[in-house]
Design a protein around this ligand. Structure first.
Ligand SMILES: Nc1ncnc2c1ncn2[C@@H]1O[C@H](COP(=O)(O)OP(=O)(O)OP(=O)(O)O)[C@@H](O)[C@H]1O
Ligand SMILES: [Mg+2]
Length: 407
């Protein structure tokens, strides 16, 4: 259906309407000067206009209000005379730039200080041709500063609370460890006495549980010591292959119990002895390898040691459950366990990797992981390790030293 065309009367009415609208718009539009003055007077920012020597030629009412002066009192005064520090001759950083953003404090008439942000711009025109030379937009940042101070205070309090908690953990775990070693020692002596079979079974259970508890306490103690910045690393001769051998022997039992192959491969180019902290190196490797055994049901766990620029690279690969990509970034954070149900199944506090990562960091090294869910994971770390020259100094033979705990 064709649209209905307006008749003569309709067209006239529309023309009158258009005219009326146009006229109203004309009437509503203020002259430019009035418009600009309105903007300058209504804005909540201070507007400060000055000549090449920062001498004030104009201020808006808001600026006068901010500083507690009348506009007339400010005319002719120099802007730097109102800025704390600048009044004594020290211009704030970047003040001379073409577009300065200055975080500073203005002195009010009553002597109090007002935190502001000064955004200064300079005109490109020649001075004296009637154009504005310098213009500063002044923003009151009192609230912002107050929030900044409150945030900084909250952060300091949180840091202090965290430090106290670490210290408390360190003290408590230390206090628990002392009687724990006594319990284990006494139990050891008890086991040497004439116990019947049932009594021996009970005492063995005390040893096992006691050792488990001691391992957790040691982890907490280490973690809190590292957090509190109280960890000291030794710098002694470290027999790298012996450290790897210790870890393999320690985990041989648990690996065998699960039917896993546990293999260590050490490239011959890795020096026999390096400078470092043997106990801490063993601890890092043990944490990674114990995880590999814990989270692998079938297959193998392989520990590989290779030379790296300025040190050694250690890799622990497994054919275990793997880790989802979104979880990888969380692993080295304290108390993070991929899946809470896993904790019930496998046990652990979630501190092992955090401690390992912090120790590697303290040694000046790096730690990382690659993993595929269902296929397995490779955790690696590289640490600086200066070789200790013991032999003839001849280049190392090629090949690897291999140690397999079980096949
Ligand atoms: N080789 C691995 N394969 C699969 N998941 C792993 C592996 N190593 C670590 N994870 C995941 O990372 C989490 C954190 O490991 P971490 O060693 O810090 O804690 P944990 O082994 O659970 O407890 P803890 O070491 O304190 O006894 C583990 O709970 C597990 O979810
Ligand atoms: Mg662990």
């Amino acid at each position: 259906m064709a649209a209905k065309r307006p008749g003569v009367l309709g067209r006239m009415r529309a023309a009158v309407h258009r005219e009326a609208r146009g006229g109203a718009a004309q009437r509503a539009r203020p002259p430019r000067q009035t418009l600009y003055r309105g903007i300058i007077e209504m804005t909540r920012q201070g507007v400060w206009v000055f000549d090449a020597d920062y001498r004030t030629t104009f201020v808006n009412p808001q600026l006068a209000l901010m500083l507690g002066y009348s506009a007339e009192e400010l005319l002719g005064t120099r802007l730097p005379a109102h800025v704390r520090g600048w009044d004594a001759g020290a211009a704030p950083d970047g003040a001379d730039g073409p577009n300065a953003q200055i975080d500073c404090r203005l002195r009010r008439k009553d002597g109090s200080l007002l935190p502001v942000l000064l955004s200064i711009s300079w005109s490109a025109g020649e001075p004296g041709d009637g154009a504005i030379t310098g213009l500063a937009m002044v923003t009151d940042i009192t609230e912002l500063k107050r929030t900044e101070v409150a945030l900084a205070r909250a952060r300091d309090e949180a840091l202090e609370a965290s430090r106290l908690k670490s210290q408390f953990l360190a003290n408590t775990s230390h206090e628990i460890r002392t009687p724990m070693t006594v319990i284990l020692g006494m139990n050891e002596l008890l086991l040497e006495t004439g116990l019947d079979e049932t009594q021996r079974k009970f005492a063995d259970a005390v040893t096992r549980a006691g050792n488990g508890l001691l391992a957790i306490i040691n982890d907490i103690l280490d973690f809190s010591k590292i957090e509190a910045g109280r960890l000291d690393l030794e710098l002694v001769d470290v027999a790298v292959r012996a450290v790897v051998g210790d870890v393999v022997s320690f985990l041989a039992g648990p690996a065998e119990a699960k039917g896993l192959r546990l293999v260590s491969v050490c490239d011959r180019a890795v020096p026999e002895t390096v400078l470092g902290d043997a106990n801490r190196l063993r601890q890092i490797l043990l944490n990674l390898a114990a995880n590999a055994v814990k989270f692998t049901e079938t297959g193998a766990v392989v520990i590989r040691v290779d030379p790296a620029p300025g040190g050694i690279r250690v890799e622990v690969s497994d054919t275990g459950i793997g880790i989802a990509p979104e979880q990888l970034g969380l692993l080295f954070r304290p108390f993070s366990q991929v899946d809470p149900s896993m904790t019930r199944r496998f046990g652990g506090t979630g501190l092992g990797l955090a401690i390992a990562a912090q120790l590697v960091d303290a040694m000046g090294g790096q730690v990382g992981v690659e993993s595929t869910v269902g296929t397995g994971s490779t955790f690696w770390f590289e640490i600086p390790a200066e070789p200790v020259l013991t032999g003839t100094g001849s280049p190392p033979p090629e090949g690897v030293d291999r140690f397999t705990s079980n096949v």
